[in-house]
Write a protein that binds this ligand. Structure first.
Ligand code: PMP
Length: 362
């Protein structure tokens, strides 16, 4: 008689922390019973202005969609080398910077290694390492969310493989300082400095990548370039790591459309930077307005988002209240951020809608 056997999954796949994903705009619209275009989607730090016209025109005229993309990503990497000033050999693109995080873990983690994550931070840093056999060690940030460098130094041991730092940090919005970065680099561990929101901050620590061969810089086109849907991330890697990534990455990890969009977006950089400036201005207006509500405390941010502490345990209630006005912001269910909401900075009209909804919150 045939016996039914259930598939045995790897323990890491059964047990990993689930990263609370954001819902698509269509799914939210369906659930709320409103047209998708009425939703103010301010939960994923997307860019409401989208990509520049150069990208739309280029994608519409692509003729080689029947061919696989360039596995060496030559044109896109050359454009990125010009944009960043980094040597082209050190640049690798990924299917979103999310993929580069996975690839980094894939080439570096041995069973039993530890990965240090100053918390709160981007949820992917917590959820992915265990899938590769690493143990995540969290180090709480100070009360203003600055890095506790003493605690990080004390946590680095012979088992530490890498430290994830985001600057600006998602969701707290603060920057890593040159002094903090140097101290952590001097421990000798690999430091992944995720500058996903660099263009909104106007500040980068990329120069340290020339000096330290244990520093990786990660960036994305999802935020400043309005291309989250195409999935484009890139990194500036130490040469040894870059060659390892070339060996292990899927050959066609970045699509023809994504590679063409990188080149086109960088050609229309001034259009993009004008929108970035608009978002930065709007961030200031939203921050100042948020300070007027007694039931929340906003934190200053260098990203395109503002984290707010919601008093009296009302974060999820406020999230639901905003949702009734078709405004979606990010809520959390982990121990560090249960009392917080993160609001993506959108258009002036979207800010007006948030403020009107907050005015009506009792
Ligand atoms: N790093 C940080 C800090 C982020 O906030 C995000 C997006 N939420 C990412 C990386 C992922 O970006 P991508 O869309 O390129 O995968």
């Amino acid at each position: 008689m045939e016996t039914k056997r259930s598939v045995q999954l790897r323990a890491s796949a059964e047990n990993t922390v689930e990263y609370l994903p954001v819902e698509s705009r269509e799914a939210i619209a369906e659930r709320l019973g409103v047209p998708p275009e009425l939703i103010a989607k301010l939960d994923a730090n997307e860019n409401p202005y989208g990509p520049p016209p150069s990208v739309t025109t280029t994608l519409a005229s692509l003729t080689d969609l029947h061919l696989y993309p360039d596995p060496d990503q030559r044109r896109a990497r050359a454009a990125l080398a010009a944009y960043t000033g980094a040597p082209v050999e050190r640049i690798v693109l990924g299917n979103g910077s999310d993929e580069l995080i996975d690839l980094l873990l894939l080439v570096s983690i041995e069973p039993g290694d530890e990965v240090i994550v100053p918390v709160p931070s981007f949820g992917v840093y917590l959820s992915r390492p265990p899938l590769f056999g690493a143990r995540v060690v969290t180090v709480p940030r100070l009360s203003n969310f600055d890095l506790d460098v003493d605690a990080i130094e004390a946590t680095v041991s012979s088992r530490t493989k890498l430290v994830f730092l985001a600057s600006p940090n998602n969701p707290t919005g603060n920057l890593v300082t040159p002094q903090q970065l140097t101290r952590i680099l001097r421990t000798g561990t690999l430091v992944v400095l995720d500058e996903a929101y660099y263009e909104f901050a106007g500040q980068t620590l990329q120069r340290f990548a020339d000096e330290f061969d244990n520093l990786v810089i990660l960036r994305t086109f999802s935020k400043w370039a309005g291309l989250a849907g195409l999935r484009i991330g890139y990194g500036i890697f130490p040469p040894r790591l870059a060659s390892a990534l070339w060996r292990v990455k899927q050959p066609f990890n970045v699509s023809v459309t994504a590679q063409a969009a990188v080149v086109a977006a960088l050609e229309d950089r001034s259009w993009l930077m004008q929108r970035v400036m608009q978002i930065r201005l709007e961030r200031g207006r939203l921050y100042r307005a948020l300070r007027r509500y007694p039931f929340l405390t906003p934190f200053p941010s260098h990203g395109n988002f503002i984290l707010c502490r919601i008093h009296d345990g009302r974060a999820h209630e406020l999230h639901a209240h905003l949702l009734r006005s078709a405004i979606v912001v990010r809520r959390y269910d982990d121990e560090w951020l249960r009392d917080y909401l993160r609001i993506t900075v959108g258009t002036p009209e979207q800010t007006d809608r948030i403020l009107a909804a907050l005015d009506a919150f009792r």
